[in-house]
Write a protein that binds this ligand. Sequence first.
Ligand code: SAH
Length: 216
Amino acid sequence: MIAKQSLAVALSRLKHFDVAKVALEQYPTESELAAELLWHAFMAGDLEGKRVLDLGAGTGILAIGAALLGAADVAAVEMDPAAISILRENADLYEGVERLRIVESDIRAYAERADLVVMNPPFGTKVRHADRAFLERAASLAPVIYTIHKTTTDHFVRAFAEDHGLAVPWAEERALRLKRTMAHHERERRDVAVTLYRLEKADCDEQAAQPHAKRP
Ligand code: SAH
């Protein structure tokens, strides 16, 4: 098991997209931000020994970090073969990452349940509602979700959570630094305000809190 700072350092050594594909909204999560999200999940007891699913895994920073923090099993689902070949290279850098399974698939066709979803999905700025498809898939496959969204879409994420019986016990705003990896970016770097969320199926908690709910 590794400490938070070593996690950020390990993740900072991973390779990014060679050429980011605009239609797939390929923005890599910065290592500090990825480490923060994963560390929060680890400290909350959501990660160690759990079955973890990374939807839209890209070059694998969240999936690899989850494996390094002791997840029992990690499925990294990604549909872009170019991203997957970098993900494979990245996964080969560290021990412990043998618990990572790479699944080449559209997230909409993936149906294996997990204990936890971690994801930095497309923000839905290029393909409308791309973020909704990810949230829907995540909510149908796991009771706890850590996810990153553009802060300007906070109202949408919260409305989605409410409609799907998800509580939002944790939300933190951060800056995501986007490097100039896409041709349509005019400046070298720009910061985008993003929010990190922990979403949790509200009815799981209620059942746990009511002893009689367990009776046959
Ligand atoms: N999770 C990575 C990448 C984020 S970018 C990170 O945090 O760095 C979003 C990723 O989702 C891209 O790699 C893109 O190729 C992938 N993606 C977009 N739509 C997808 C879909 N429908 N199914 C699977 N992957 C998808």
